[in-house]
Design a protein around this ligand. Structure first.
Ligand SMILES: [Zn+2]
Length: 213
């Protein structure tokens, strides 16, 4: 596998423990974890491997990708076909107003902690649903309302905007850097589950500097 294993919640290296037929992954900080798999570099081949690891779990990208934008990073939390817990992608490009922009999209089962790590928030699962949503994105024909998540008091609190909602019974996080890039998010923005995309994926550009997370 060209992807390396890590902890979903932090950047500490994980240890692989083989117990009979089972493999357990252990983080010095978080104990036994379902591993996070991340490529050393975003490429088409590594993404094909990512989709295979994620199996039937969705992987979302903003769609269609704007000209000049590339997929700069992705990750999957899982240890086999039926235990995928989360996926993440980052697409990066530039906007006239914001300069370089990163858009991270995480979908995860409750309690995984990857979304909170990417968003830099304290709690694994966000509390949402108060007041009107910031935006409604579209996944297939379904509108998904997303609410703002405060990063106040966290390191780098002003460098990003975070919105979160629920799609297909999982958390959906979108993290935008810089914070002003939230204005790029419009109602009817489309997220495409690229796990079933097929041939058009070949056209998707990969590479470029990955975001910090
Ligand atoms: Zn950890």
């Amino acid at each position: 596998m060209s992807m390396s294993a890590g902890c979903p919640r932090c950047s500490a290296p994980v240890a692989e423990l083989t117990l009979g037929p089972d493999v357990d992954w252990s983080c010095p900080e978080h104990g036994s974890v379902v591993p996070l798999w991340r490529p050393s570099e975003a490429s088409y081949d590594a993404f094909a491997e990512h989709l295979k690891t994620a199996s039937s779990f969705p992987t979302y990208l903003p769609w269609p990708m704007s000209p000049g934008w590339t997929v700069t990073d992705f990750a999957v939390v899982g240890d086999g076909a039926d235990r995928t817990r989360a996926t993440m992608t980052c697409s990066s490009g530039t906007s006239e107003l914001d300069g370089p922009v990163d858009v991270l999209v995480v979908t995860e089962e409750a309690g995984t902690g990857l979304g909170a790590r990417c968003a830099g928030t304290r709690h694994d699962d966000p509390g949402v649903g108060e007041g009107p949503p910031t935006v409604r994105v579209r996944i297939e024909s379904v509108q998904v309302p997303l609410w703002p998540v405060s990063t106040s008091g966290q390191p780098g609190e002003w460098d990003r905007s975070v919105v979160v909602g629920e799609a297909h019974g999982r958390w959906l996080w979108i993290v935008l850097r810089p914070a002003s890039a939230i204005l790029l998010l419009q109602d009817d923005w489309i997220l495409r589950d690229v796990s079933r995309l097929g041939p058009p994926l070949v056209e998707t550009p990969f590479g470029g500097p990955p975001p910090p997370w």
